[in-house]
Design a binder for this molecule. Structure first.
Ligand code: KG4
Ligand code: ZN
Length: 393
């Protein structure tokens, strides 16, 4: 089975093609029987566009997705060696489906103007399933990917599946670890979300806690903006923090919000405000000050995430701890989580994707789509809609 996956929930345009072995059949525990082969996994980042404005503006991101989708798709087809030959006389195509495609892509004129002539020109590639993110995320952005995927599904008569972005961030860990011991605790930390999730099995989740205000990645991004470090803030803060020569671990200056509360919720907006006040009071903002602040911001976020997550790992007797989402690309976070698990819960397996699979990509969508296909969760393409606030359940 070859799965074409589409990801446009935020500011990365992702297309991936995953081959899932002969028949992709699964054992009872959801263990893939035959191997997976990544034929392509292309991400067109919009960072350069959003850097100018210090953050992501949904309508600007939507426009970029419309621009990037076709070139990214062609690149993925070529890399997968699935690019097809041209139809001899494309103009004479009387396929009535193109009328439907026009209406599907009505709200994405820039994308429609490019993709429809392309689809008229080239034959259907060898794709068996289309997976697309339908939420959570920025609604205008989600729609671009959904309408693109719907158009392909309709024209080629290929089944389509919609997947949850948060679930994709979790299930991408199956790439490296074909069998994950359950129950697992999953911490998904991204620019839009901070959720602590109990995973009883694939497709069966309970959100234990989440942020009450800003997400961890959002906090990195906002603090970086205050310090004048640019966008995205996470990698910028991580880089500066690693250059701090003498971290004072005993006397942190910044607060660790909600670290001692009994629940599994988080709050990061107070940390950002504390950074803002400190910055306003500081007269000499030299490199040393910035390094110290970056170190303490990163450590404050790590301290809170580890404390709450370890509490969940112990209380739910988790056999695995899974990290996912852009913030889980943070090397210091990964290192400190690994050490903590080894020390305090050595029987729990610690799983985290490669950094480029922690951040948004379409390979994770293909994997989540595969698991949903195994559960026969196929909607009609007409029924797929964007849901900016979609939750795992
Ligand atoms: O999952 P993701 O790529 O997109 C969303 O779904 O939001 O996460 C993006 C977030 C941004 O806030 C970015 O600053 C953060 O992940 N991030 C990091 C690192 N790399 C990306 N945060 C901390 N350290 C990093 N190395
Ligand atoms: Zn994400």
């Amino acid at each position: 089975m070859k799965i074409l996956a589409v990801e446009t929930s935020c500011d990365d345009t992702g297309i991936s093609i995953l081959k899932t072995g002969n028949n992709g059949s699964f054992s009872a525990q959801g263990r893939p029987v035959s191997g997976w082969k990544i034929l392509s996994n292309i991400v067109a980042s919009q960072i350069k566009v959003h850097q100018k404005y210090g953050g992501v503006y949904p309508m600007m991101a939507k426009r970029e997705h419309q621009r990037n989708l076709l070139p990214t798709f062609i690149k993925a087809l070529k890399e997968s060696k699935l690019m097809t030959s041209q139809i001899p006389n494309p103009k004479s195509q009387t396929n009535s489906k193109f009328q439907i495609l026009n209406s599907i892509l009505e709200r994405e004129p820039e994308l429609g103007g490019k993709i429809i002539p392309f689809l008229k020109k080239y034959r259907k590639p060898d794709i068996d399933l289309i997976a697309v993110t339908n939420g959570p995320g920025l609604e205008p952005c989600l729609w671009v990917g959904i309408n693109f995927a719907k158009a392909l599904s309709c024209l080629w008569d290929v089944p389509i599946i919609s997947v949850n972005h948060i679930e994709s961030h979790i299930l991408v860990n199956y790439l490296k670890n074909k069998s994950i011991e359950l129950p697992a605790i999953a911490l998904v930390v991204s620019g839009g979300h901070t959720q602590l999730i109990l995973m009883k099995k694939i497709g069966d989740y309970k959100i234990l806690g989440e942020t009450r205000d800003d997400a961890a990645g959002e906090c990195f991004d906002k603090c970086a903006k205050i310090l004048g470090l640019g966008y995205p803030g996470g990698p910028a803060i991580a880089k500066l923090a690693s250059q701090h020569p003498t971290p004072n671990t005993k006397h942190p200056k910044l607060p660790r919000p909600m670290i001692a509360t009994k629940d599994y919720d988080f709050s990061f907006s107070g940390l950002k405000t504390a950074v803002l006040y400190k910055d306003q009071k500081t007269k000499t903002k030299n490199q040393r000050y910035k390094r110290e602040m970056a170190y303490d911001i990163q450590q404050a976020i790590i301290d809170v995430l580890i404390k709450k997550t370890m509490k969940a790992v112990k209380n739910f007797d988790a056999r695995s701890l899974i990290l996912g989402g852009g913030v889980s690309a943070n090397q210091e976070l990964r290192k400190q989580f690994k050490n903590k698990i080894e020390k305090e819960s050595p029987d729990t397996e610690f799983l985290v994707p490669k950094p480029d699979l922690s951040t948004d990509n379409a390979l994770m969508v293909a994997i989540a789509g595969y698991f949903k296909a195994r559960q026969n969760k196929f909607p009609k393409w007409q029924d797929i809609e964007a849901d900016a606030n979609l939750r795992v359940e």
